[in-house]
Design a binder for this molecule. Structure first.
Ligand code: PXP
Length: 240
């Protein structure tokens, strides 16, 4: 069974909507997600600090019992932060200030040298690196070439597709990408936009090691609580 890493960024989005309050605390969300069976806690410390704050990452480093996965841009400042915090895993993502959320994978073709340097710096210090990429064979081959330990396949295009045809095409690319990454002995994660409906498409795709899911779980948790929201997703993953 694939494991589930829960992204708790949007707990912080709710808190930051009021600015001057300390709730809801992502640290509490992480505890509840882990108690419900999450295998990892994911946070994206964005350059503009729109949701997760430095304080959250520091506290999570002390409190997370499973593994802390830090999503970040490949910048000098973020590499310094990662080396200081020492999460178990860093997922490198592209980052644009104006975007609502991460809009696509890294372009390893254009950025091979710079990303390779970041991967090497972090992995030399014992932090495993995953690269968030679109389901394209070229991107996966470069991920292997630069010695990243894992890839996270971007599932957003599939989740956002409006027609059956677009969905089928996007999912076919995911299947091919997952199988290629697995055959190259890379760890294979998948995420972005997944919810209780879209996760069902992954039935039988056993090469995926871990799903990274945030927005849909936190949204559901607002109504049914974190424990139930995480357990519902885990049940669906168990059926894949
Ligand atoms: N994986 C990556 C690399 C992401 O950037 C995000 C969003 O922060 C997710 C997974 C989770 O996406 P969602 O919040 O849509 O589940």
């Amino acid at each position: 069974m694939a494991s589930l890493a829960v992204n708790i960024d949007h707990t912080a989005t709710l808190r930051q909507a009021r600015g001057n309050v300390s709730y809801p605390d992502p640290v509490a969300a992480a505890v509840l997600a882990e108690l419900a069976g999450a295998s990892g806690i994911v946070v994206h410390l964005r350059e503009d600090r729109r949701h997760i704050q430095d304080r959250d990452v520091r506290l999570l480093r002390e409190t997370v019992q499973t593994k802390l996965i830090l999503e970040m841009a490949s910048t000098k400042a973020m590499v310094a932060t990662a080396l200081d915090i020492k999460p178990e895993i860093v997922t490198l993502v592209p980052e644009k200030r104006e975007e609502l959320t991460t809009e696509g994978g890294l372009d390893l073709i254009k950025q091979e040298t710079a990303i390779a340097k970041t991967v090497n710096t972090l992995q030399e210090r014992g932090i495993q690196v995953s690269v968030f990429i679109d389901p394209e064979p070229d991107q996966i081959e470069i991920a292997e070439k630069i010695d990243a330990k894992m890839v996270e396949i971007h599932t957003g295009t599939f989740c956002d597709a409006k027609t059956f045809k677009e969905k089928d095409q996007a999912f076919f690319k995911i299947v091919e990408a997952v199988k290629l990454a697995h055959s190259l002995k890379l760890g294979v994660n998948a995420g972005h936009g997944l919810c209780t409906n879209t996760i069902k498409a992954f039935k039988g795709l056993s090469e995926i090691d871990e799903f990274s899911i945030g927005h849909s779980i936190i949204s559901r948790a607002v109504f049914v609580g974190m424990d139930r929201a995480v357990k519902e997703m885990l049940e669906l993953i168990k059926e894949l």
